[in-house]
Design a protein around this ligand. Structure first.
Ligand SMILES: [Fe+2]
Ligand SMILES: [Fe+2]
Length: 277
């Protein structure tokens, strides 16, 4: 009797643990909504702070709800929550409607994200590598190797961002302006044949891939250092950058491209009808 009781007791404990874990996991990824307090969003996931910053929203929101803070900043709260949830829940795909999609706000958000990579994230990582180099006496060549690899990555990401800022986003904005305008610019529609969002979709390369190699150099090959804490800091920053970039790329590929593709198609139809009429 006793062993059977013990088995049942253990079984019950496992089931209880399983449900507690499932509940915790559910709570972790609970869908966030605009009636929640802005402060609670940060309590749920502190990594959302830089995402809020890119909308021009900064800490110190007191007890205001998401809706109230967005209103103060003249931001579409529906769009804001879709971006927040897509960042918070890795498997969440934001839902938008073509007619109400605030494309200029989306472009502003994506551009601010680029800015944060170029002006904060990458310089911070570079400075930490420099700090290690200044203080390490042995294994210096390994750190130099890491720095070279990082600088290569930085240059690749900068080129990628440059192209989007100077070619892709201005093009996307032009498509949106034409789509919203009563009168369409025929010359622009004709030029869409030589460059369209499909070209961008084909040329859009994966900027996260090389980060994996960079992380692996630290995880697998760098021997222990005196300033190991700094090396850990770089590794955590690279993981954070990778998560952020994944979300950024998802917005470009799964939201911006399909929306612009639809606008282009509708513009072509309108241009055809205009030429017949
Ligand atoms: Fe981008
Ligand atoms: Fe991109």
């Amino acid at each position: 009797m006793a062993p059977a009781f013990f088995i049942y007791q253990q079984l019950f404990k496992y089931i209880l643990d399983y449900f507690t874990f499932a509940k915790l996991k559910l709570n972790m990824y609970m869908r966030l909504h605009k009636n929640m307090k802005m402060a609670d969003l940060v309590h749920k996931n502190y990594l959302l702070v830089p995402v809020m910053n890119r909308f021009g929203i900064h800490l110190g929101f007191g007890d205001k709800s998401v809706k109230e803070v967005c209103k103060e900043h003249d931001i579409d709260s529906g769009f804001f929550m879709e971006i927040i949830n897509s960042f918070h829940e890795p498997k969440y795909y934001p839902q938008f409607d073509l007619e109400t999609f605030p494309l200029p706000l989306a472009i502003r958000y994506l551009s601010n994200t680029h800015k944060s990579y170029l002006e904060q994230r990458l310089p911070e990582i570079e400075a930490t590598i420099g700090e290690i180099l200044e203080t390490c006496q042995i294994n210096k060549e390994n750190i130099l190797l890491l720095r070279n690899f990082f600088l290569e990555y930085k240059s690749e990401l900068s080129t990628h961002i440059d192209r989007e800022e100077n070619v892709v986003y201005p093009y996307v904005t032009k498509v949106f302006e034409n789509y919203k305008s009563e009168v369409i610019d025929i010359e622009f529609i004709q030029n869409m044949i030589s460059y369209s969002i499909v070209d961008y979709s084909n040329e859009h390369d994966n900027v996260e891939e090389k980060l994996y190699d960079l992380k692996n150099i630290i995880i697998k090959y760098l021997p222990p250092l005196k300033r190991q804490v700094l090396l850990n800091k770089i590794l955590f920053e690279l993981f954070r950058l990778e998560t952020d970039l994944n979300d950024h790329t998802m917005l470009e590929e799964k939201v911006m491209i399909p929306m612009v593709l639809l606008m282009e198609e509708k513009l072509k139809i309108r241009a055809k009808m205009d030429s017949k009429g």
